[in-house]
Design a protein around this ligand. Structure first.
Ligand code: G6P
Length: 606
């Protein structure tokens, strides 16, 4: 949830810590802080709010250290104040933490009984106090760290400085990711490859329970039992260019525009344009499968709903989709002949990871549709189906969503063929249609000006309804989610057929109702819903295609006409208008598009 960085450098680290924290801001931005060793002693600088607030503090009071740690926070225990900002210090120990310590209250009481006092309301401070307690007992730093870790339950990735040690940062991971970066006479710790990306591309991923001590020359890594271990050092491509905004105002805007290319790269990984075949690597026997269980959170869950529509229709394969946080705790009925598919942009979302682990423990084959290929999920499952849309920085997911849906479209075609539901000729026809998606998504993005005009008006609304049938229903959910996430307007997505079972009561002249309805087999039904809404004074924004426009009942406030396409790829083509709608409403309202309040991109705690 939070982002951490550590540098054992040969030159000043202040600017590099800040550069890295900016890359990690997607993980949280409630407060930020850095600490470094200055003349043998640890000093820290902290500020509530985003990194720029910390930059102001540092401009007034620079940190002239060559060894330092940094943190950007998404608050869990204790509000987003400077006092609760990391790094936290106790005695000789100063540390940054990502995760949640579940037994912190007991540890705090135990330490208080020993005469310790606490400055903050955080769970993190007890880790610092615990390590310091062990140091006081005479243990050397790495042993003190290990002794403290053994008392913690919960999730953590930490970076630790010790007063008096000017060539050492210690780290540990359990439940939250941590990487070690290998530079030239310099070493790094970070939450992910992006964090250390500007300094090195040689990275080792720590494994569950590992702890580490880095100095200028090396990293000494130990496993949970305290045995010295080696972790493979890999060359990782985290190109700086991929995380720049270019000419766009916001990452979200850029990422919406990245979609044709992101989908093209993703589709190319799963279909062969020459043979017209769809293939899912990893050896899943779709013919033998009885069921698929999809788990995910947020937008990824919605991509899963579309996966269900596609797979049940094309491959006659029963699919259940559930939000991971429900699935993992409700004791679901699981069968071995079921493939569990997690969907996750980050590959680190705590609930999705736990849901996949549950499936694995019950003997099911597990797969993940994931963007971060080095993530915990990608490393733990049996089969990895990557999306290839590049790093997604905007908190509200856009290009990962369409890339995920692209994977499920290819998967549905591959499974349909494997299960004998379609012949080679039909597979080739569907593959050809899927290959047209990137071009049509680009055309759909060209609706930007029309959508912006709708958005200006919508920005005054208090509530917005999104309605759709068939595959447009999940997309209605996604439209509502995007709008509430970044513009803070209350929005609900509904299956249009449910209109009469509740949401119609909300319809009045002030409520915009977005109806998603391409000219498909559901069109007539959706058009009736449109009439029902208009008869009650509702202001309809009708998102359709040229044939839908021709057949729509008169009276919609606005019609946005997306390009004509085959129903197979309609969710991909219709996604851009709803993303752009949310984007421009948020811009019009002056909201912080890339970092909406209270949200974080990667939810690595429950
Ligand atoms: C957060 C993000 C969403 C994302 C969800 C799942 O809520 O704001 O954009 O869809 O997490 O994240 P994942 O990384 O698992 O796809």
């Amino acid at each position: 949830m939070c982002g951490i960085i550590g540098i054992v450098g040969t030159r000043s680290v202040q600017e590099r810590l800040i550069e890295s924290l900016k890359r990690l801001e997607y993980r949280g931005y409630d407060s930020a802080g850095v600490a470094g060793v200055v003349d043998g002693h640890v000093q820290r600088r902290r500020a509530a709010g985003k990194i720029r607030a910390l930059e102001e503090v540092l401009a007034a009071d620079p940190l002239s250290a060559t060894v330092g740690i940094g943190h950007t926070r998404w608050a869990t225990h204790g509000g987003p104040s400077t006092r609760n900002a990391h790094p936290h210090t106790a005695g000789r120990v100063t540390l940054v933490h990502n995760g949640i310590i579940e037994n912190y209250a007991e540890l705090r009481e135990m330490l208080k009984a020993k005469g310790r006092t606490f400055e903050s309301e955080t769970d993190t401070e007890v880790i610092a106090a615990l390590i310091d307690w062990e140091l006081e007992g005479g243990k050397p730093p790495v042993e003190a760290l290990k002794a403290a870790l053994d008392q913690l339950s919960g999730a953590y990735a930490i970076g630790v400085l010790v007063d008096g040690e000017d060539n050492l940062i210690m780290g540990a991971r359990k439940g939250s990711p941590l990487v070690v970066g290998y530079g030239e006479g310099e070493m790094f710790l970070g939450s992910d490859a992006l964090a250390v990306g500007p300094f090195t591309s040689r990275i080792a991923y720590l494994e569950e329970g590992d702890y580490v001590a880095i100095d200028h020359a090396e990293a000494r890594i130990f496993d949970a039992r305290g045995q010295a271990v080696r972790r493979e050092v890999r060359q990782v491509a985290a190109s700086a260019a991929l995380v720049e905004k270019g000419n766009y105002r916001h990452f979200m805007e850029k990422e919406i525009h990245d979609q044709p290319e992101g989908c093209q790269r993703t589709i190319a990984a799963y279909v062969d344009p020459l043979t017209g075949r769809a293939a899912m690597p990893g050896g899943v026997d779709f013919a033998a499968l009885e069921r698929i269980q999809i788990v995910g959170c947020g937008t990824a869950y919605i991509a899963g709903l579309l996966g269900k529509y596609l797979m049940e229709q094309l491959a006659d394969l029963p699919v259940d989709v559930e939000v991971a946080s429900e699935f993992r705790y409700r004791d679901p009925a699981l069968r071995p002949a079921t493939l569990a598919i997690g969907i996750s942009q980050s590959g680190e979302t705590a609930d999705t990871l736990a849901a996949l682990r549950l499936c694995k423990s019950r003997g099911m084959q597990t797969a993940v549709v994931v963007n971060a290929q080095e993530s915990t999920m990608a490393r733990e499952v049996d089969v990895v189906w990557p999306i290839h849309c590049g790093p997604e920085i905007g908190v509200a997911s856009t290009k990962a969503f369409t890339a995920q849906v692209s994977v499920f479209t290819a998967l549905a075609v591959a499974a349909a063929r494997a299960r004998g539901r379609i012949e080679a000729a039909e597979e080739q026809r569907l593959v050809k249609i899927l290959l047209e998606a990137p071009r049509l998504i680009a055309e759909s993005i060209n609706l930007e000006d029309a959508v912006r005009a709708v958005a200006i008006e919508m920005s005054k609304a208090r509530d917005v309804l999104f309605l759709g049938r068939g595959p447009m229903y999940p997309l209605a959910l996604e439209g509502a989610l995007k709008l509430k996430e970044i513009s803070y307007i209350h929005a609900e997505g509904y299956a249009a057929g449910e209109l009469k079972h509740g949401p119609i009561a909300l319809v009045d002249e002030l409520t915009p109702i977005v109806i998603l309805a391409p000219f498909d087999s559901y069109f007539e039904k959706s058009a009736s819903n449109m009439s029902e809404v208009m008869a009650r004074g509702g202001q309809v924004v009708f998102i359709t295609d040229p044939d839908g426009e021709a057949h729509a009942p008169a009276g919609a406030r606005v019609v946005v006409t997306a390009p004509r396409c085959d129903p197979l790829i309609a969710p991909l083509v219709m996604a851009a208008p709803i993303q752009l709608l949310a984007y421009y409403v948020a811009v019009q309202k002056g909201a912080d598009v890339d970092q909406p309040r209270n949200l974080a991109k990667s939810v690595t705690v429950e």
